[in-house]
Design a binder for this molecule. Structure first.
Ligand code: SF4
Length: 329
């Protein structure tokens, strides 16, 4: 069989596609990684086509892909989010095919799946269920031919009942780790704050210290800053914290409330990153959506550091979302 594998969006390697590719190779199939949503002139006829899109904003690209490859199986939250790779690949088959990402030298995987929370806007609890252990570090790392760089995609690192062992694996093994999906600082205790300082996580380019987290709900102000205080007390600088902030989800959202969250973080040296709820689905958008998109750009471009929001222009700009494709806002 000739199998086409296409990652439609996202900057980081797509684990589900990597498992599918490895599985088909193990069956003796001819696996081709192709980036385009349209077939190239030299491409063969395929027996099977897989695609994955993780952003709702990729809807157009998914439509073109499906039109070009009728019968294609498209997973991910931007495709058919109910599709699970386990429906095709047996759970015990854990091999990954990195050949679609020749420039990527880190190792990628999950030490845990699921989450202890059930935030209404998030698909993780629906897709992955309760927090539980997944792979140990030795299973994620590709071995001595590769740097000791790990991209962990865990959604709730400390929700793993085996998190202490994973911290030891990382620290004792001399790994540089990026916990891209973020640590939930709302639940952080002193032992975990110390564990973060020991692991000393990096950004997704492994170039600077960075702890990704989120402050999505204004009602979590006290617990969020309790967690930040614990981190600082343990020795982690607030300036190494990168906090996603969901805006436009709470029906009581106002610009004043958003500014309050923003200012509270900025005065502590935390780098905020607004994520505007609604995206391509106009029915889900807040009436504040256009203003929030402008605010998002104002923050992401760091113009907030030298220009008041009221004076900020609506000219379009290109921005980079960590771990994701660059986009225009
Ligand atoms: S804590 Fe994060 S991963 Fe868990 S449900 Fe909330 S948003 Fe999703």
């Amino acid at each position: 069989m000739i199998v086409r594998i296409t990652q439609i969006d996202g900057k980081l390697p797509n684990l589900a596609l990597m498992r599918l590719a490895a599985w088909h190779r193990a069956q003796g199939d001819d696996v081709r990684w192709e980036r385009g949503v349209s077939p190239g002139l030299m491409e063969p006829a395929y027996d099977l086509v897989y695609g994955s899109a993780i952003f709702a904003t990729s809807a157009k690209a998914v439509e073109v892909f499906r039109a070009n490859f009728p019968g294609a199986i498209v997973g991910g939250s931007g495709g058919d989010s109910a599709l699970r790779v386990e429906a095709i690949v047996p759970t015990q088959f854990t091999a990954l095919d990195y050949s679609g990402y020749p420039d990527f030298t880190a190792s990628i995987g999950y030490t845990m799946r699921g989450c202890r929370f059930k935030c209404g806007f998030c698909i993780v609890p629906k897709q992955e269920g309760k927090a539980r252990a997944a792979s140990p570090i030795a299973q994620i790392w590709r071995g001595d031919d590769y740097p000791r760089h790990l991209h962990l995609l865990d959604n709730d690192f400390f929700g793993n009942p085996e998190w202490r062992d994973r911290v030891d694996d990382i620290v004792d093994g001399g790994f540089k780790v990026c916990i891209n999906q973020g640590i939930n600082v709302r639940l952080l205790d002193d032992e975990q704050a110390t564990a973060i300082v020991k692991m000393a996580p990096w950004d997704d380019g492994f170039s600077r210290r960075r702890l990704y987290t989120a402050w999505d709900n204004i009602g979590d102000e006290r617990v969020f800053f309790d967690g930040i205080d614990r981190l600082e007390h343990a020795g982690w600088k607030s300036t190494w914290v990168f906090a996603y902030m969901l805006v436009g989800y709470d029906p009581r959202e106002t610009i004043e409330r958003v500014m309050h969250r923003l200012n509270r973080m900025v005065e502590r040296g935390i780098r905020p990153y607004p994520m505007v709820f609604g995206g391509d689905d106009r029915r889900k958008r807040s009436p504040l959506y256009p203003t929030l998109k402008r605010l998002q750009r104002w923050v992401i471009t760091r113009d907030y550091m030298h220009k008041p929001f009221e004076e900020y222009s609506t000219k379009r700009a290109r921005v980079e979302v960590p771990g994701q494709a660059s986009l225009f806002v």
